[in-house]
Write a protein that binds this ligand. Structure first.
Ligand SMILES: C[S@@+](CC[C@H](N)C(=O)[O-])C[C@H]1O[C@@H](n2cnc3c(N)ncnc32)[C@H](O)[C@@H]1O
Ligand code: SF4
Length: 416
């Protein structure tokens, strides 16, 4: 993916006919997991305190630029590493924008006081807890056992938290090198029959160029050969009480909010390492935390790269994401793309119809059971592509520094 590196890029002016989601990135974790490709560093209060301060400034900047948001997603890293600071950010956002839904990611060791009360008081509707597995051997292999809790501790904390928020989601991963089918099925029973959690998301293990060697070293040899079998086992074991809202997210009640807050085609990201998708352009904010803080303090935006999607790529993006959420409405797509959608993507529609992955449904198409695994594969590849984008951003840090020095040659700051 080709990136344009530029200092202080500004996003387009907000459009009154659009409904935007605000994404906030908190890139700190108490301990790092070998499989994780996201933008994160080990928690250091000396970096986190100025970071939260800069975040507040960046949010205020977008308010001044005229943006409004009706939903908020706080992801990481681990957003709850400093609960008081997070709660201040949440109340600032609620005071500036017309927020109706707040989703926050966390880890099991934070399911305790005062964090839970602060999140509740801050209006969090959906709390998403990263568990990955209830198998202690796997938790040890992924270096989460000591930092984030044993299986028994996690079960106790989830049981205590279930019912406190509109939606309690649990993030799980399937196809770990030493994971057995029996271990995965046990995880599903714990979640759906013992805890009766509101919602669960089962991601296939994604091994990016950057994480592949750490996965092999810490967790064992990774293969895609078992992925489909594991996914089929998830669909079979889920039970009728849980309904899919995407190919890998299952809810006990269809009114639950899912990870992608379906209905938001465009979002603006704030924080180091966040992405925005606005008017067919992907924007990325600097991956250097010190650069992020200094840019925002100087009153600039943190955006340092962008990539414009062609019209066809925008349509393919919609095709992928709408069917990921199980159905695509052609009327909506034709209105959005001036009646060129089916004309441009007829090959994609034909291919997936022939593969019996999609079938006609009302005004559009819906995914078949067979199609669900095709979409797991395509979304996995999409996210791996995003990880390459992240790798390019990390690799581009020195180029970004050169740009910043060219802007202000007197400024020499430490770079991560
Ligand atoms: C990026 S983390 C942020 C929230 C929190 N720090 C946590 O660990 O859950 C969100 C979720 O992404 C998923 N994830 C991270 N790396 C992954 C990978 N390589 N493959 C599949 N899912 C992954 C995990 O399920 C994780 O819970
Ligand atoms: S999975 Fe979560 S806790 Fe682990 S490194 Fe990634 S963001 Fe941090």
């Amino acid at each position: 993916m080709r990136l344009e590196l530029m200092p202080d890029l500004r996003p387009p002016a907000p459009r009154t006919d659009r409904d935007y989601l605000l994404y906030v990135h908190i890139p700190f974790c108490e301990s790092l997991c070998p499989f994780c490709p996201f933008h994160k560093i080990k928690l250091d209060a000396g970096k986190a305190v100025p970071y939260f301060r800069a975040l507040a400034k960046e949010i205020e900047l977008y308010r001044r630029l005229g943006y409004d948001f009706s939903a908020l997603y706080v992801g990481g890293g681990t957003p709850t590493v400093m609960p008081e600071q997070l709660s201040e950010i949440l109340s600032l956002i609620r005071s500036l924008f017309s927020i109706r839904q707040i989703s926050v990611e966390t880890n099991p060791n934070h399911l305790r006081e005062p964090a839970l009360s602060l999140l509740k008081a801050a209006g969090v509707n959906r709390l998403s807890v990263g568990v990955q597995s209830f198998d202690d051997r796997l938790l040890k292999e992924m270096s989460r056992y000591t930092s984030y809790g044993s299986s028994a501790e996690i079960i106790e904390r989830l049981t205590h938290t279930q019912g406190m928020f509109d939606t309690l989601n649990v993030d799980m991963i399937f196809n770990f090198p030493h994971q057995s089918l029996a271990s995965l099925q046990r995880d599903i029973v714990i979640l759906t029959e013992d805890i009766k959690v509101d919602q669960l998301s089962f991601y296939p293990l994604m091994a990016s160029a950057e994480t592949q060697s750490a996965i092999v070293q810490e967790m064992g040899t990774f293969t895609l050969d078992r992925e489909q079998r594991f996914y089929e086992a998830i669909l079979e074991s889920m039970g009728s009480a849980y309904v899919p809202s995407t190919v890998w997210c299952f809810s006990r009640d269809t009114s639950m909010i899912d990870e992608y807050v379906v209905g938001y085609d465009e979002y603006l990201g704030v924080g180091s390492g966040s992405f925005s998708y606005l008017d067919g352009i992907v924007y990325a904010s600097t991956f250097s935390i010190s650069h992020y803080v200094s840019r925002i303090t100087e009153g600039k935006t943190a955006i340092s790269a962008r990539r414009r999607l062609s019209r066809r790529e925008q349509m393919q993006h919609d095709f992928l994401f709408k069917l990921f959420a199980l159905a695509i409405d052609l009327e909506t797509m034709e209105t959005k793309y001036d009646n060129t959608f089916l004309l441009a993507l007829w090959k994609e529609f034909l291919l997936f119809r022939l593969l019996r992955a999609i079938i006609r449904n009302g005004n559009g198409y819906r995914l078949t059971r067979r199609g669900m695994y095709y979409w797991v594969v395509m979304m996995r590849e999409f996210f791996l592509g995003t990880n390459n984008f992240r790798d390019q951003m990390r690799a581009g840090l020195s180029a970004e520094r050169d740009l910043a020095l060219a802007e202000n040659p007197m400024r020499v700051r430490p770079w991560r």
